[in-house]
Design a protein around this ligand. Structure first.
Ligand SMILES: [Zn+2]
Length: 123
């Protein structure tokens, strides 16, 4: 069980594990292959096929167009990400990055974009 399973319903967790166990995550990169909902100069926002559906009503991800990890990002890409965070990403509630040992796709940097379900946390 990975930490992200705490945020997924059993149904989505099982779907994710079944997909992962086919070896699909090693064969091709789903972050490269998924079509953008919104495109930027060097980033794109894509839907998460296996959302954290226990906490999120919307679960997208922002990823660089290039298949690189965080260390591989250029200064221009980092600067654009900060611009996007301060503009577009305001439509989400939280931005989440998995820590190293929880990353399912460590080779392609990605941040999770969550619109939280109402009723979470203090009101
Ligand atoms: Zn990739």
């Amino acid at each position: 069980m990975s930490a992200s399973d705490h945020f997924r319903s059993n149904e989505v967790s099982e779907k994710y594990r079944a997909h992962r166990d086919t070896g699909a995550l090693e064969k091709s990169c789903p972050l490269c292959d998924t079509t953008a909902v919104i495109g930027y100069r060097s980033w794109k926002i894509i839907p998460n096929e296996f959302p954290y559906d226990l906490i999120a009503v919307v679960h997208d991800m922002i990823v660089p167009l290039r298949h690189v990890d965080e260390a591989g990002l250029t200064d221009e890409e980092r600067a654009e990400l900060i611009e996007i965070k301060n503009s577009t990403l305001g439509t989400y509630d939280i931005v989440v990055e998995a820590t190293r040992h929880n990353k399912s796709i460590p080779a392609h940097f990605h941040l999770h974009l969550i619109k939280a379900k109402s009723g979470l946390g203090r009101t």
